[in-house]
Ligand binder design. Structure first.
Ligand code: ATP
Length: 237
């Protein structure tokens, strides 16, 4: 259809001091798409997500359904529905699971909508439901990642950005979490997934961007990729 992408970045660049960690890139996420961003360590994947949010000094434009997002204002961007699950999860360890979830929806005044979102998170992650009063920091890494995603969902995202959700997790837990992302995407949620475990991300993704040294070096259809190792050798050597 002729509708604008959910998210569109044009000439988006980011720098740390004098170092341009992300050179001007164009990227988009269509309605209901799950887009993977892949690349080696230091390629700029986290920086790309941080630039979309305005968490780093950036230039260029990012639009949500055709409307430019506020610049260098991560809180305003998040309140528009561009929600990041950061690397390392960023949950509040001393607070309970329930309190962490509430924080995700701190701007929401509609109690019925709050209850609906919370119920949705409990259904997606039954393990959180069993641990609502538990201190978040005492949970396993996988449970904490579930909480980080749950908290992001409480914010009612238009597009969900995830930075290496599998980091440090056992393969089984990783599979469980990625399967849940697949479920959410299947329900229509638009997602950008940064992931080191490229083969797993490619199983879910509709499209993949390859990032190397701060540049998009390829945009790929996962169905046409037979060997990620060969791709990596070709693009990242
Ligand atoms: P990783 O998978 O290791 O997290 P990445 O692809 O996410 O890698 P980034 O973390 O975005 O890569 O880093 C991109 C580049 O920017 C790297 O060269 C990194 O050293 C640099 N960089 C990242 N954060 C900062 C910072 N706060 N200050 C200075 N340079 C930084």
């Amino acid at each position: 259809s002729g509708t604008a992408p959910v998210l569109e970045a044009r000439a988006l660049a980011a720098r740390y001091g004098h170092v341009e960690a992300l050179h001007p890139i164009d990227l988009h996420v269509a309605e209901g798409e799950l887009v993977a961003v892949l690349g080696p360590n230091g390629a700029g994947k986290s920086t790309l997500l941080r630039a979309i949010l305005g968490l780093v000094s950036n230039s260029g434009t990012v639009s949500l359904r055709g409307t430019p997002l506020p610049r260098q204002n991560p809180v305003a961007v998040a309140s528009r529905g561009v929600v990041l699950v950061p690397e390392g999860r960023g949950i509040f360890g001393p607070m309970s699971v329930a309190e962490n979830l509430e924080l995700g929806a701190y701007r929401l005044r509609d109690r019925a909508e709050f209850a609906r979102r919370r119920e949705r998170v409990m259904t997606l992650f039954p393990r959180l439901k069993e641990r609502l009063t538990q201190v978040a920091g005492s949970m396993s890494g996988g449970e904490q990642q579930m909480l980080a995603i749950g908290r992001a969902l409480m914010a009612g995202p238009q597009v969900l950005l995830l930075d290496e959700p599998s980091l440090g997790l056992a393969p089984r837990v990783t599979e469980e979490i990625l399967a849940t992302l697949g479920t959410l995407n299947g329900e229509g949620l638009s997602i950008i997934l940064v992931e080191q475990k490229a083969p797993l991300a490619l199983e879910l993704a509709n499209r993949a961007y390859l990032l190397s040294v701060g540049r998009i070096v390829a945009t790929l259809d996962p169905r046409e990729i037979t060997s990620y190792d060969e791709l990596a050798q070709h693009y990242f050597a």
